[in-house]
Every structure is written in C-alpha cells, then in structure tokens.
Design a protein around this ligand. Structure first.
Ligand SMILES: Cc1ncc(C[n+]2csc(CCOP(=O)(O)OP(=O)(O)O)c2C)c(N)n1
Length: 317
C-alpha cells in the first residue's frame, strides 16, 4: 500500500468511527427515527475492502458496512438525514438506516434480508462478464447471514459460472446474540462451496487491503469468485438498543486491544508516515455541525406518504 492510499484508508476508517459515534449520540438524544447499527471494531473489513476496488466496480453493503459507502463517496450529511428520517435524505424519510443505494456511485442498496444480496450481486457480476466489462462485484455477509439458503444459492451460482464476485465474510463473534458454534459447524471459511477462499485478520487493515486487492485481481483474470473471510469482532451490541450483556467483558477487552484504527496508526508510524494529529478533532467538529444542520432539515410531508413506496416515475425524494 502506498502512502496516499494509507492516508485515505485511515481517514475512511476514522470517518466511519466518528460518524457512527455521532449517530449513537443522536440515538441517545432520541433524535434518530430507529435504532443505530454500527461497525465498532470492524471498520477495516468495510473500508479496506471497498478501497481496493476500482471506480467502476459495484458494491452491495450490509448494515455493518457504512464505511464502504463512505469510501464510495456517500457523505455524512446523507447518512444523518437518512437516520433522522428527513425529507431531504436519500430515501426521503422512507427508511432510517443505511438502506439506500446510489447507482452512480456503484452502490446497490443494502437490504435487511440476509443473504439476499448474494444472488443479486452474482447477477451483477454475470452482467459484467456478458458485456465483457472489466469490473467486479463485491458484497459482505456475516456469519449468521451465511446460514441462509440465499447465501448458498448465490455463491454456488457464482462458483459454477466463475463470476467476478468478491464475498467478504465477516466472522465477528455473534449473530445478534448467537455465537457461531450455535448455528454453524466449523469455521466460516468452510462455507466457500468451492470459491477460492482467503481467511485474514479482519482487524489488520493492511492485510485486508492486500487480500481484497488479490481477490479483485483474480476476479478480473476470470478465475471466479473469492470468499474473503475476515476474522473480527462486533464490539458493540447488534444495534444501540442491545446492551450486549451476553458477551463476556473479557472478550470485549481483548478485542479492544486489537482495535483496527490503533493498529493501523501504529503501522503507519512504523512506515514513518505521519498522521495529522488534529484530524480527529477536526472531523468531530465537522460531523457535529453536519448533524446539527441535518436536525434543521424538514420532515416528509404527510400527503407524500404513499409516494416512493413502489417505483413511481417522477418521484424524487
Ligand atoms: C434472512 C434473515 N433472517 C433473519 C434476519 C434477522 N436478523 C437481522 S440481523 C441478524 C443477525 C445477523 O448476524 P450476522 O449475519 O452474523 O451479521 P452481524 O450482525 O454479526 O454483522 C438476524 C438474525 C434477517 N434480517 N434476515
């Protein structure tokens, strides 16, 4: 990784962390319409994977992958307006977390139905190959989500068809309150179904970036999909309404010591690459101002209630 990429990756992970911290504050103030789902400790698996892609590649993130959306150019303003349910947000107040896409930025909207994005992204990858385009598709899945039929169908199709699809598996310790050994036999990598599989330390952003770069290269060479399993840990509850009392506090301490941002800072220091010491303070101030501006944004009008639910020509939230 060159120095410019390292700085971009650090900024993306920091922005993800601080944006989510601001969202948590808005949640605790009762300002968000629904709960807040975050990626504390998993920022490297969202950001370093997305950053390894090219501008024409397409991603389909999940709820823990806000970082990948920020990498692709989604702004904190959009994120806050969305969580605050405002009319000027990406879904005009119809949705209240990161479930929004952006075709022009190569983002297929996250959905709640776990596994459902696998067949969708296998289809996206198939279209790239049919059109002879030099592009890859990437999506993410948790250990819990990899137990779905849709995950198996989508990955199997990609393997059989040798599609340029990267599936990032986030093995993060829990599916809501269920540890992996209560819902799957063996490690997540066993779910590869014949896809070339890499298992990496998901809290080491340098390794994740290198693995995602290799995965993309393989896909572009026509070697078929890659299952990139990132071993990490979900250091906050499933969402902010979940106090995570079922998680051993010792585990939380152990994983806090492996924090991806701290490790990446240390690695940059070893390279002799200086970080701007005022970056976090500056970003926090910007995010506070952005959130306050979003709080002033209008609510959707009641008479727009039936618009934008199904596709309707001319509707522009
Ligand atoms: C098909 C399907 N089944 C169940 C759910 C309910 N659900 C939402 S999140 C979640 C846990 C997901 O765990 P995992 O896939 O490991 O991802 P993580 O939350 O750990 O990132 C469940 C069961 C769902 N959204 N979709």
């Amino acid at each position: 990784m060159d120095q410019a990429t390292a700085h971009r990756l650090y900024e993306a992970m920091l922005l993800t962390r601080l944006t989510e911290e601001r969202l948590v504050k808005l949640f605790r103030q009762g300002q968000t319409v629904g709960s807040v789902y975050r990626s504390l400790g998993q920022e490297a698996t969202a950001c370093a994977t997305a950053l390894a892609l090219g501008p024409d590649d397409v991603i389909a993130p999940l709820i823990r992958n806000l970082g990948s959306m920020l990498v692709r150019g989604v702004t904190p303003t959009e994120v806050f307006l969305q969580y605050l349910g405002r009319a000027t947000g990406p879904t005009g107040g119809r949705e209240h977390n990161n479930h929004f896409g952006s075709v022009e930025r190569g983002i297929i909207a996250p959905t709640s139905m776990l596994g459902a994005l696998l067949p969708v992204m296998a289809g996206v990858a198939l279209s790239f190959r049919q059109k002879g385009e030099h592009r890859v598709a990437m999506t993410w899945i948790g250990d819990g989500g990899s137990s779905t039929g849709a995950f198996c169908e989508g990955l199997n199709f990609a393997v059989v068809q040798k599609l340029p699809l990267i599936v990032v598996g986030e093995s993060n310790g829990y599916a809501f309150s269920t540890p992996p050994d209560r819902q799957m036999a063996g490690r997540m990598s066993l779910r590869s179904q014949g896809a070339f599989t890499l298992t990496v330390d998901g809290n080491d952003a340098v390794t994740v970036y290198a693995a995602a770069t290799e995965a993309r290269h393989r896909c572009l060479q026509g070697k078929g999909p890659v299952f990139l399993v990132c071993e990490t840990f979900r250091r906050s509850g499933h969402a902010e309404h979940d106090d995570q009392r079922y998680v051993d506090p010792v585990l939380l301490e152990q994983w806090a010591a492996k924090d991806p941002l701290l490790r990446f800072e240390a690695w940059m220091g070893q390279q002799g690459w200086k970080l701007d010491p005022s970056l976090a303070v500056r970003l926090e101030a910007e995010l506070l101002a952005t959130a306050e501006a979003a709080l002033e944004a209008p609510w959707p009008l009641p008479d727009s209630l039936t618009q934008g639910i199904f596709h309707s020509a001319g509707y522009n939230p």
